[in-house]
Structure formats: structure tokens, C-alpha cells
Design a protein around this ligand. Sequence first.
Ligand SMILES: [Zn+2]
Length: 113
Amino acid sequence: MFFFFVYFLLLLMVCLVARNKGKSVLLHFFVNTVGAVVVVLVLGSIFGGNGLLFSVLPLISLIVLSFAEKTKQAEVRQSSTEDLRKCQFCAELVRKEAIKCKHCGSTLTAENA
Ligand SMILES: [Zn+2]
């Protein structure tokens, strides 16, 4: 049962990382549950059953996800928690400390958003 614990822990991590990267959590959850069963059935019949096989797929997913690029959505979601304000010229979000808008290049005046 130890391997199931490891598997669910990895599955949870995959879902968390997927969420953080703006990927579909449901898709990763599905791939890693259905995929894990397939991996265990296929590899298990070749190499003999081993609970460790359950953890192989989520581990691979985790590695793949950690190298995956963040989607634009995830970046926007993350940056919205930082100190941002709207550019008074183009209405795009820029950092509070910014003196020049990265979107339209306008010189920004301080703190009057
Ligand atoms: Zn601007």
C-alpha cells in the first residue's frame, strides 16, 4: 500500500503543478489515473507486477510539467497578485514601480492610476 500512497502524493503534485502552470488539471488527473492503470497492466505483464510501476507515470508527468512553459493565463493570474496598476495611456497592466509602460512605451507618472 506504500506505493499507492506515493502514487497519490505524486498525482496530487502533478495536479498542483498543472494548476500553477495554467494547464488543465482535469486532463492531467485523467491521463495520470487512466495512464497509470495502463502502465501497470502493460509493464506489469512484462516485468511482473510491482506497485512501484504506479508511480512511474505521475513522476514522468511531473518532470514534463516542470519543464513546460507557463501559459499566458497562468502568468496573468500570477502577476495580478503582484503590485500592478493600469497604464493611463493603453490600459494594460504595468508594475507600480514602472516609469515606462512596457506595452505602449509611454512615460508613466507616479501613483495616479
Ligand atoms: Zn501603456
